[in-house]
Every structure is written in C-alpha cells, then in structure tokens.
Design a protein around this ligand. Structure first.
Ligand code: NAD
Length: 498
C-alpha cells in the first residue's frame, strides 16, 4: 500500500499529485488509542498558506478535469475501487491502529467504500440532464449538469475511509476538484486513501489533501474565494460555524452532524431481535457511529425483561485492542472522547439507574488505552442530558414509555434527526412510525446503524443541512444545473402572456 501511509511516519500533504512535507514546525502525535506506546503518525499542523497552495493546485487542475468526459472520470473511480479491494486488509489494519475500531468493523468500512466507488463510477455514465417541452414555439429546451469548481471536504475521524470517499467520489465524477482536510486523529488513513486515487491514475491536482488543525488549515479552505462549495461532516458546534462562514461568502454548504438515534421497542416485538440490534447499535465501534443507538424507548411492561436481555448479551462482549480478532469493542478514539464518556456516565448515575458498566476499564490489557465498559442506564428521563445530548460513546439510555404515541413523541423530542429503528410487527404502527419519525433514515426491525452506497444518507433537523450524501442524489450537491434554450424559429421572440 501507500508509501505515503506507513505507520509511525510523519504525514505529508498531497498537493498537485506530490506528497509534500509540511513547512510547519508544529505537529501532534497520533498514538494507537488501544495502546499509547504505539506511535501511529506524526501529524504536522499545516499553515493557512499551505492550505492555499492546495486550493491553487485544485484551481489549476479544474479546467482540464471539467473537460474530461464524465465516463472517463468515472473509470478512475472504478480503478480506485479495484485497488482498494486488493489492498483492503492492509488498509483495514491501518484504520484499526489509528482509529481504534475492531478489524471486522474496519474491513466493513473499507468494503463499503469500495461499493461507493463502484457505484459512483457508474454516475459518470449517468451524468445527464432533462429534456423538457417549452411553451415557446420551436424551442428545444434542456438542462445540463456542470461542476461547481473547487470543493472543500472537511471530515471527522470516525469513518476515515468511507467519509472522504463518499465526498470525493461524487465531487470528482461531477468534474470538480477537491481539497480534503481530514481529522488530525486519522490523517494517515486518509493519506492511504488518497494514494489509491493517485495509483489509479487521477491527474495531478484533482484531489489534494492538507493535514492539520480545523481552525487554521480548515478555516483557510473555507475562507478561500476559489472554493465554491464545502462538504463537512462532524460535530454541530463546528458545523454551525462552517455553515455561517459559508453563508457569509455565498458558498454552497452541506453539513452532516450529530445524532441521538432512538430504537423503539413495542410490546409485540421480537425481543431477541431487538436486543441483538440494540447491542450492535449501541456498542459496536464503541458507540462512535453517527448512527449508533443511544436511546432505547420501550413500553413499560416489557422493559424489565428487555433491559436484562441486552445487559446479559453485553456482559459477554470482549473489550480490547481491535487488532485482536476476538475483540468485540475497541477503545474511545482519544482522551477527550474518553473524558466525555466518563462525564456522561457520572451524570447518568444522577439521572438514571446504572444497569451495566459505568467505569473506565483498568488492568494490564487496558491501562495503555482509552477503554470504557459498555454502559446501560435504565429509567432515564427523556429530557435529561443523557437522553438529549450526543455522547458518541458506548453509553445507552433506556427511556420507558406508556404506549406507542408517547414513544414517537419521545423519539422526536431531541434536536437531532439522523437514524431510528422500530421493533414491532403491527403494520399500522409501522406505517405510522415511518410517517411520523423525524429522521433521515429509519429502519423497521433492523438496527439503527448502516448505509448503502446507492441510498441517500443524512439527517433532518440539527443533524443535517444541505443535500443528502451517497446515492444518486449525492452528485446534485456537487453540480450546477444550467437550463438551455435553443430557438429554431429564425425569428424574434414575441412577448406573450403565460
Ligand atoms: P469535529 O467537528 O470535531 O471535526 C470534524 C472536522 O472538522 C475535523 O477535520 C476537524 O479538524 C475540522 N474542524 C474542527 N474545527 C474546525 C474549524 N473551526 N473550521 C474548519 N474545520 C474544523 O468532529 P469529530 O469529533 O471529528 O467527529 C465526530 C462528529 O461527527 C460527531 O458529532 C458525529 O455525529 C459526527 N458525524 C456525523 C455523520 C453524519 O453523517 N451525520 C457521520 C460521521 C460523524
């Protein structure tokens, strides 16, 4: 794989097809969150000037790339998909070392990214507009899609392969050029992804990467007048700042942010299925998925039994270094996230009944990492911080309700709206839930987590602004639509009343 992504090395920027060492004297170390003795990468804090160099490279590459036929742009994505498939095990190991998720989760993420690349490759052959009738006589009217120009992509640490891929792939198949600013916690994994695009033959300057702080390197991308659109995934605090900075400069913005995803269990549900889904949704990837299950909303009469079913499953989970294939759940990504988990656990002790976990793990297998036990709180009030705030860790809150109507009300009572699940076999309630739940994705009798390359992904309310990612619609964010009139009357247009 990637010579630019060898564990232990200093990350470089990728500008105009070259791996360039940062000129910045400042850097941060990235250590394996499961074993801080292992240095995974040194990440330079690139300057705003270096970010501007990357934008200049993207700007210079734009005319050639815009004029490259869309099917040919798509074929580069198909080649990138093949290379990623060939190198999936190595990429997954790097991802586990740097982010901490289990190898199984890392491999799942890489394979999903391969599927996104394959799907988006085909968009190159579907990059068309509409032909429509005109009210004007002898006028041929149609629309074409065109790229916007240089696009900034700012990405979080929790899916460091698939989120850069699901932004870069639609952007470049549409003919844009890109500057990526990945999270400092997962910059080496991002470098490995970019190297695959380069190996696939992507021309210099079409995709560039700047590593470093969000405020400085990310800020320089957002403020640059040549950057016409920003696609951001991350926290609400940062997303709100990016959205308003984009608005001031009249840039197109797409911000996908936090979640507080509910899994609703009704009394007629298959409780075994629902318990398996809860376990997987709440604790897989250490609860660090934007679609993680963080609330179970359950009818009172089945709650005692259900909570015990989930807790007994969670007790059998093995926590540890994700490189060990028998491990079910890895560490918190960094010390800051660990502190957040522990702070909410302490709050939970005041706002709910601790059923399981509730502590940092200690001992020879844990002392060098950020390990916290899977934690369940029962009898959490729906308006408490535990049930309202995104924790982004393995902390599950159970909210008990009287009936279906109260369950939907509680499910919708948060500011977020990304994903949700309902466990029930009652057709009327299933369809009522689909109608009323305020989330961009909903699952009936399946976990809250997941997404597929060809299906739109994103949230409502405070979770998402801008168009959805993935699927056919993803390309729309990265395009301008031009309406074309061709008048073949040979005469002057007469003014007419419509
Ligand atoms: P974050 O907001 O801290 O950082 C995200 C990115 O923004 C990083 O690259 C960071 O360096 C950059 N950044 C930080 N400050 C910036 C600034 N002032 N200007 C420009 N860029 C800046 O988020 P995170 O901790 O990396 O990721 C976790 C969050 O991401 C969670 O809230 C999670 O729900 C969310 N997320 C959402 C989705 C979704 O599709 N809705 C998917 C994955 C993650």
């Amino acid at each position: 794989m990637a010579t630019a992504a060898v564990p232990g090395q200093t990350c470089r920027n990728f500008i105009n097809g070259e791996w360039v060492p940062s000129r910045s004297p400042r850097s941060v170390e990235r250590r394996n969150p499961a074993d801080r003795d292992e240095l995974v990468a040194v990440v330079p804090l690139s300057s705003a000037e270096e970010a501007r160099d990357a934008v200049a490279a993207a700007r210079a590459a734009f005319p050639f790339w815009r004029d490259t036929p869309a099917p040919a742009r798509g074929r580069i994505l198909a080649r990138t998909a093949q290379l990623m498939e060939q190198q999936k095990d190595k990429l997954a190991r790097l991802l586990t070392r740097e982010e901490g998720k289990t190898l199984k989760d890392s491999l799942g993420e890489v394979i999903k990214s391969v599927r996104i690349l394959e799907y988006m490759a085909g968009e190159g052959t579907r990059f068309g507009g509409d032909t429509l009738p005109s009210d004007l006589p002898k006028n041929f009217v149609y629309t074409i899609k065109q790229p916007i120009g240089v696009v900034g992509a700012i990405t979080p640490w929790n899916f460091p392969v698939s989120i850069p891929v699901w932004k870069i792939a639609p952007a470049i198949v549409a003919g844009n050029t890109v500057v990526l600013k990945p999270s400092t916690f997962t910059s080496l994994t991002a470098a490995a992804v970019l190297e695959l695009f380069a190996q696939a033959g992507l021309p210099a300057g079409v995709v560039n990467m700047i590593v470093g702080s969000g405020r400085e390197a990310g800020g320089a991308i957002i403020e640059h007048p040549d950057v016409r659109a920003i696609s951001f995934t991350g926290s609400n605090t940062v997303g709100a700042g990016i959205y308003s900075a984009g608005a001031e400069r009249m840039k197109k913005c797409q911000c996908e942010m936090g979640g507080k995803n509910p899994l609703v269990v009704l009394r007629d549900a298959d409780l075994d299925l629902a318990a398996d889904a809860t376990l997987f949704g709440a604790f897989a990837s250490t609860g660090q998925r934007c679609t993680a299950t963080s609330r179970v909303i359950i009818e009172e009469e089945i709650a005692d039994r259900f909570v015990e079913m989930v807790a007994s499953r969670a007790r059998s989970w093995k926590i540890g270094n994700g490189l060990d294939s028998s491990v079910d759940m890895g560490p918190a990504v960094n010390e800051q996230q660990l502190e957040t988990d522990l702070r909410y656990i302490e709050l939970g002790k005041q706002h709910g009944r601790l059923v399981l976990g509730g502590a940092r793990l200690a001992g020879p297998d844990y002392d060098r990492g950020n390990f916290v036990s899977p934690t369940i709180f029962d009898r959490v009030a729906p308006d408490s911080p535990l049930a309202q705030d995104e924790i982004f860790g393995p902390v599950l809150s159970v909210v008990r309700v009287r009936d279906f109507d109260e369950a939907v009300e509680v499910a919708n009572s948060v500011r977020y709206g990304l994903s949700s699940s309902l466990y029930s076999n009652d057709a009327a309630r299933i369809f009522a839930f689909i109608d009323r739940i305020e989330t961009g994705i909903t699952h009936i009798n399946s976990p809250t987590v997941g997404g597929e390359a060809h299906l739109p992904f994103g949230g409502m309310k405070a979770t998402g602004v801008g168009l959805r990612e993935m699927g056919h619609v993803a390309v729309d964010f990265y395009t301008e639509v031009k309406t074309v009139y061709i008048d073949y009357t040979g005469g002057r247009r007469e003014s007419r009343a419509y």
